[in-house]
Design a protein around this ligand. Structure first.
Ligand code: GMT
Length: 372
């Protein structure tokens, strides 16, 4: 099959899922064409069946300060679909990608282009709900030839928020268990000395991730358990969080690594993973931690309970329950058997239900159904 994929190329979860999906499809024999304004950050492997097409927005004084990316993307989608004879276009994150895909299909009226939209989370729960984007998001969903959501929770939210009867297929996110696995790596010793535990958080440091809760939980844990914390990722809240660490004597114990390329080695060396988000449609970072045999402590919010099994692969608490999360972290960190059991259970789910080899064929079947 010849498949076009459009996503945000940054470190956000939707871009990660789209990129890993494209790589897995190419490994399975499909030709994959990424179309975006920049090479996706996780597209680090060269593969003979993967191509990247950059969207450039030609500057023009009248366009200032809003160059029309949506239109430039639509034009590039139509061009690639025509030239590369795409069978299907798969866009990740509804806005503006579904609208560009719709325009591309209209441009190519003589050649039918099918497109599928995958809803990831904030496109539905945050941005898409804003009155200035709601009608166009609903339109994008309804004109898609097929729509998928990454969790059952997100499917229900979409129907509710947009009042749409559009059929939505739930296909969960996935992980490559060969890549994300336990690492007794030397890396852990870079951050913690022997006898210390290592906690970890990965996100885009947006307000929805509540990274100040991560620090507050960690600060409580250090009162009883000698430990360190690694913060992976970057975003608007990073400066405030770093200032908090400076002001509260945590500077030597908390490491802000930024967007590291080999995050699996750091995550895989951790003892506990923290994800206290306000909302999370799925929680890709939690799944990657589970694959790495790292118990997850997070908030009982959104689709996270579909990923983290309470008491089996970690613990979920109400949003903002810092004391509860810290207590669970101490419980795990002071009981090696419990840590091992939760870690093994997480790994089992990553190797089974959420395995890349099990989930990616579902997308392929979905494409065939949509085209058929
Ligand atoms: O806000 C983010 O975490 C980024 C966002 C995205 O679309 O790039 O992530 C969303 O999609 C991920 C991949 O499907 C999910 O794992 C995240 O849970 C979801 N984020 C939220 O719902 C806040």
């Amino acid at each position: 099959m010849r498949i076009g994929i459009t996503c945000y190329p940054t470190f956000g979860g939707s871009g990660v899922v789209a990129t890993e999906l494209g790589i897995a499809l190419a490994r399975g024999g499909d030709d994959v064409h990424f179309i975006s304004y920049q090479m996706p950050s996780r597209l680090s492997v060269l593969h003979e069946r993967v191509r990247f097409h950059e969207v450039t927005v030609t500057p023009y004084p009248l366009f200032d300060p809003y160059p029309p990316y949506t239109l430039a993307l639509a034009t590039k989608m139509a061009e690639v679909a025509d030239y590369e004879k795409l069978d299907i276009l798969h866009v990740h994150y509804a806005i503006p990608h579904a609208i560009s895909a719709h325009l591309a299909r209209e441009i190519l009226s003589s050649r039918k282009l099918h497109f599928v939209t995958t809803l990831h989370g904030t496109d539905i729960t945050l941005v898409g709900r804003d009155p200035s984007y709601l009608p166009i998001t609903r339109f994008g969903i309804e004109v898609s030839d097929g729509v998928t959501a990454v969790s059952e929770w997100l499917r229900v939210q979409t129907a509710r928020n947009f009042g749409t009867n559009k059929e939505i297929e739930v296909i969960p996110n996935f992980v490559d268990p060969a890549r994300f696995r336990k690492h007794d790596s030397a890396l852990s010793h870079l951050f913690s000395s022997s006898g210390e535990k290592l906690l970890c958080h990965v996100s885009n440091f947006r307000p929805v991730k509540r990274i100040m809760d991560v620090l507050a939980v960690f600060e409580r844990v250090t009162r009883t358990i000698p430990s360190r914390l690694v913060m992976i990722g970057d975003g608007p809240e990073r400066s405030v969080a770093e200032a908090f660490c400076r002001d509260h004597g945590l500077r030597e114990k908390v490491f802000f690594l930024g967007n590291v390329p080999n995050l699996e080695e750091v995550v895989g060396a951790a003892d506990v993973f923290l994800l206290p988000s306000e909302a999370e449609s799925f929680g890709m970072a939690a799944l990657e931690a589970m694959a790495s045999e790292v118990p997850v402590i997070g908030s009982r919010a959104g689709g996270l309970p579909e990923v983290v099994v309470e008491g089996e692969t970690g613990y979920l608490l109400p949003v903002g329950d810092i004391e509860g999360m810290a207590a669970r972290a101490v419980e795990i960190l002071s009981n090696a058997d419990l840590q091992r059991r939760l870690g093994r259970n997480g790994r089992d789910l990553a190797e089974g239900k959420f395995n890349v080899n099990r989930v990616v064929p579902r997308y392929r079947e979905f494409y065939e159904r949509v085209i058929g």
